[in-house]
Design a protein around this ligand. Structure first.
Ligand SMILES: Nc1nc(=O)c2c([nH]1)NC[C@@H]1CN(c3ccc(C(=O)N[C@@H](CCC(=O)O)C(=O)O)cc3)C=[N+]21
Length: 297
C-alpha cells in the first residue's frame, strides 16, 4: 500500500484565505485590524527565517505585523517590560515570544507574563488549563494544525486509537488533550516508553513529535493508519547542503500508512496558518465579536 500524502501546505493556504476574508470584513465593517507582535531574542538563524515568514504571511492576511528583536544578552526584566507594553497596546491582539529563549531567562515566567487573551501560542498556564478542561482557549498552533489535518482526513476521530509520541508542553501534551476532546482513545508515549514500536502499532492515528530524524519506521505502523509527522529536523544532505526531514522515515512509513504528512509541506505550514487564525480569534474575542467558524478547536 502507498499512503495518501496529506498536503498541509495546500490546506494551510485555504485556512489563510479564510482568515484573510474574515479580516477584510473586520476592517470594512468594524474598522478593526488584527495585529500580531512577534518577539525574537537572540540571533538563531533558523528562528529568524520563521519570524520572517510569519511576518510576511501576517501582512498577506491583511493583519498588522510588529517585530521586536532583542539581543541575546538582553536582561529578563527588559523582555518583561516589552511584554507589559504589548499587553497594554490596543493595536496588538496576539503576542508570540519565539522559543527557545536564551538560557539565562525563565521561560515559564516570560510565557505567563503574556496577557492570556493575547497568548496566540496557547502556552500561558491559563490557556493550558482551559484546553485541558474543554473551555474556550487559545489553542497551541502546532497541535491545532494537526487536529485540523486529522479532522479533514478522517472526519470523526471518535473512538480511534491515537498514539502521540512525545510529551512536550508545546506539542505532545496539548495534542493529547485535543485528541481526547474529539473522543479519541489517547496514549502519550515518549523516550522511556517500553516496547515503543509495539505501542505505536496499535494506533489508528500516530502523531510523531520527538525531534529525532527518521525514528518512526514502517514496521511500527498499523496498515492504513494516519500518520502526522511534526518533526522538522535539519540534516546533512552531503556536499555542504542540508535538508529537512521529519521524525518518520517517510519512505518506509508511506509503504504501510493510509495517509501521511510530508516534511516539509505538512504540519509546518499549518502551524503558521493557525497562528494567524488565533490572532484573528483573539481580536474577535477582545472586541466581543463573533468568532470565525472552523478556525478554533
Ligand atoms: N513561541 C514559539 N511558537 C512557535 O510556533 C515556534 C517557536 N516559538 N519557535 C520555533 C518553532 C518552529 N516553528 C515552525 C513553524 C513553521 C515551520 C514551517 O512552516 N516549515 C516549513 C519549511 C520551512 C523551511 O523550508 O525551512 C515546512 O515544514 O514545510 C517551521 C517551524 C514554530 N515555532
Amino acid at each position: 500500500m502507498t499512503a495518501t500524502i496529506i498536503d498541509g501546505k495546500a490546506y494551510a493556504a485555504t485556512i489563510r484565505e479564510k482568515v484573510a476574508a474574515h479580516v477584510a470584513r473586520l476592517k470594512d465593517e468594524m474598522d478593526i485590524t488584527p495585529g500580531l507582535a512577534v518577539v525574537l531574542v537572540g540571533e538563531d538563524p533558523a528562528s529568524q527565517v520563521y519570524v520572517r515568514s510569519k511576518g510576511r504571511m501576517t501582512v498577506e492576511a491583511g493583519m498588522q505585523s510588529f517585530e521586536h528583536r532583542l539581543a541575546e544578552d538582553t536582561e529578563e526584566q527588559e523582555l518583561l517590560g516589552l511584554i507589559q507594553h504589548l499587553n497594554a497596546d490596543p493595536q496588538v491582539h496576539g503576542i508570540l515570544v519565539q522559543l527557545p529563549l536564551p538560557a539565562h531567562m525563565n521561560s515559564d515566567l516570560v510565557i505567563n507574563a503574556v496577557d492570556p487573551t493575547k497568548d496566540v501560542d496557547g502556552f500561558h498556564i491559563l490557556n493550558v488549563g482551559r484546553v485541558a478542561t474543554g473551555q474556550a482557549a487559545m489553542v497551541p498552533c502546532t497541535p491545532l494544525g494537526c487536529l485540523m489535518l486529522l479532522r479533514q482526513q478522517l472526519g470523526s476521530l471518535e473512538g480511534k486509537e491515537a498514539v502521540v509520541i512525545g510529551r512536550s508542553n508545546i506539542v505532545g501534551k496539548p495534542m493529547a488533550q485535543l485528541l481526547l476532546g474529539d473522543s479519541a482513545t489517547v496514549t502519550v508515549a515518549h523516550s522511556r516508553t517500553q516496547n515503543l514500536p509495539e505501542v505505536v502499532r496499535r494506533a489508528d492515528i500516530v502523531v510523531a513529535a520527538v525531534g529525532r530524524p527518521g525514528m518512526v519506521t514502517g514496521d511500527w505502523i498499523k496498515p492504513g493508519a494516519t500518520v502526522i509527522d511534526v518533526g522538522i529536523n535539519r540534516v546533512d544532505a552531503g556536499g555542504g547542503k542540508t535538508r529537512l526531514v521529519g521524525d518518520c522515515d517517510f519512505d518506509s512509513v508511506s509503504e504501510v500508512a493510509g495517509a501521511i504528512t510530508p516534511v516539509p509541506g505538512g504540519v509546518g505550514p499549518m502551524t503558521i496558518a493557525c497562528l494567524l487564525a488565533n490572532t484573528l480569534t483573539a481580536a474577535c474575542r477582545t472586541h466581543g465579536l463573533p468568532e470565525p467558524e472552523g478556525l478554533t478547536a
